[in-house]
Design a protein around this ligand. Structure first.
Ligand code: SF4
Length: 346
């Protein structure tokens, strides 16, 4: 297996069969070897610095019905909210004071945020915080929409592809959604000029090692600047309520593999990883991640953005808990940076 890991490090890609074998058969020892390599590569580009992003969850309304998601439109138990422009701006103000230089506006696919409304919000943040990056995570929109947001001053866009395999995609989403269209959106975002982030859930219902191998190969084709992955975690009020959650071990393995494939990109240690294990975030960093994304949303709405059960939004996961997060990073030999945190050039 070491040979495969060395080959991946040298070529930054493997064949579908080789990836499948690595994912299925890597032993504890192989994984430790892989992580030593992935940490070294992350260190080469980013030293021991970890970038922070201030996450603002602007709306939990969504027109979609993804089977795994706690804020899907059919979940009548979800208590819905959306932030006003002023509320979003005041989150940025608090975040800037705390040291965040990237704001991530994330939400369900909520028709309230028309192109006009969104472009207005983006341009206000852009003029108030010229030294900050603006990241959007607002799902699938038209090519024109993406271009407008970029022209208004947004820099980055996160849109996980979730699974690159069309049949698996159909098993996770209603029939009106397709992997092909999601991929198309990612390429539109690149054309518009965005730094693009994609990613997938690990351990989603029906997922096999071969699906994960295909996800990796799709990412190679896309050439993203960011990749966010986290374990699938079930939500009690969804059709997937009875499925087992994905494992931390497999998520960490995928982070390590991604770092070998893309030495210079931004890989977050995600909230989902911090949710399934108290030290999931630290373990993510030690597997090659270099970004954390504490929650800057107003306190009263945080519990409502419940994508999966028990999603954490307080303590070190909260922007106010930054000092604790800093301490936890220091305990593993890393430190948080006050920086926009763009993807380093090769
Ligand atoms: S995963 Fe995203 S698009 Fe799907 S229902 Fe949830 S918020 Fe909406």
């Amino acid at each position: 297996m070491r040979q495969l890991i060395d080959k991946l490090k040298a070529n930054r890609v493997l064949s579908e069969d080789e990836f499948t074998e690595l994912i299925e058969k890597a032993s504890e020892e192989d994984r430790e070897y892989l992580f030593s390599q992935s940490r070294e590569l992350a260190g080469k580009y980013y030293g021991n610095g970890i970038y922070t992003r201030g996450l603002i969850e602007i709306s939990n309304y969504c027109k979609n019905d993804c089977y795994y998601c706690g804020i899907r439109k059919s979940n009548e138990k979800a208590s819905r909210y959306r932030l006003t422009e002023e509320e979003i701006l005041s989150c940025c103000e608090v975040g800037y004071e705390l040291g965040f230089r990237t704001f991530v506006m994330q939400g369900g696919e909520d028709g309230y945020y028309t192109d006009d409304r969104m472009a207005h919000i983006i341009s206000r943040i852009r003029s108030a915080y010229p030294d900050c990056a603006i990241t959007l995570s607002l799902g699938e929109r038209s090519k024109e929409s993406y271009q407008r947001f970029f022209d208004a001053g947004a820099n980055r866009y996160l849109l996980r592809h979730e699974t690159a395999d069309e049949a698996h995609y159909k098993a996770l989403h209603p029939q009106n959604l397709s992997a092909a269209h999601r991929k198309q959106c990612l390429f539109w975002l690149k054309e518009a000029g965005f730094q693009v982030g994609s990613g997938f859930m690990v351990g989603s219902p029906g997922q096999t090692a071969r699906h994960l191998a295909k996800d990796l190969l799709f990412l190679k084709e896309l050439g993203p600047q960011m990749v966010g992955i986290g374990p699938f975690i079930r939500h009690q009020d969804t059709p997937f309520a009875k499925y087992e959650s994905g494992s931390m071990e497999q998520t960490l393995l995928m982070i390590g593999i991604l770092r070998l494939m893309f030495p210079n990109i931004l890989i977050p240690a995600t909230t989902a990883l911090g949710t399934i294990h108290p030290f999931g975030r630290e373990k993510g960093v030690l597997a090659g991640a270099n970004v954390v994304m504490p929650n800057l949303s107003p306190l009263d709405v945080r519990k409502k953005y419940m994508l999966y059960d028990n999603k954490i939004s307080s303590g070190v996961e909260a922007a106010e808990g930054l000092a604790d997060l800093e301490q936890r990073m220091e305990e593993i030999g890393y430190h948080l940076l006050v920086d926009r945190g763009d993807c380093k050039k090769e």
